[in-house]
Design a protein around this ligand. Sequence first.
Ligand code: DC
Length: 220
Amino acid sequence: MSAPAAPLVIAIDGPAAAGKGTLARRLAAHLGLPYLDTGLLYRAVGRRVLDAGGDPADAAVATAAALALPPADMDRADLRTPEAALAASAVAAVPGVRAALLEFQRSFGRTRGAVLDGRDIGTVVFPEAQVKFFVTASAEARAKRRWLELQAAGTPLPLAQVEAETRRRDEQDAARATAPMKPAPDAVLLDTTALDAEAAFAAAIAQLRARLAAIPGAAP
Ligand code: DC
């Protein structure tokens, strides 16, 4: 008798505004899987530190905030601001913060399977994920998307500022010593520079089918 197939976990990593969240949400809905935006965890920790007047790069302060994070903080309405994004990137470089958030992410996907998006899902959180995507796009295309999102949200910023902050965050996320942003060796690279959400989803579904077809008993 063959061993029961493990629940399907799909890891989606990549830099800011590459289209990870949109793709992850669509894949989760299509496959009937739970979805976790892991960036929200780091944003919520960063926000807590800012609220208390602390420095998000202070390891002791950031780790204490991560260990005491109330789950309801994930639903705060102020996690999508550029300020929260930079604070998230700073706390995310602290090893104690990453350790404090790891088990929550793993247990989220372990029982029923899940789609998770972030920076280290395929490398650290779920290295055993059956399907991994590393979603990228040119820095210009990503900054333009974030700029449009901010405009639509009624909080416009100059494009040059959005581009500078996006680059700064990506450099920080890729350069940190613990769980840096990088593609897992077995990740499918998906460049969305010239793709809209529909085309990115279609490309991902084709790759997903090919990957699952190669795993006995895993095809949905
Ligand atoms: O995906 P996002 O832009 O909401 O993430 C905010 C920050 O959190 C990002 O700059 C880096 C950090 N992050 C991380 O280090 N690891 C993750 N799995 C998710 C986010």
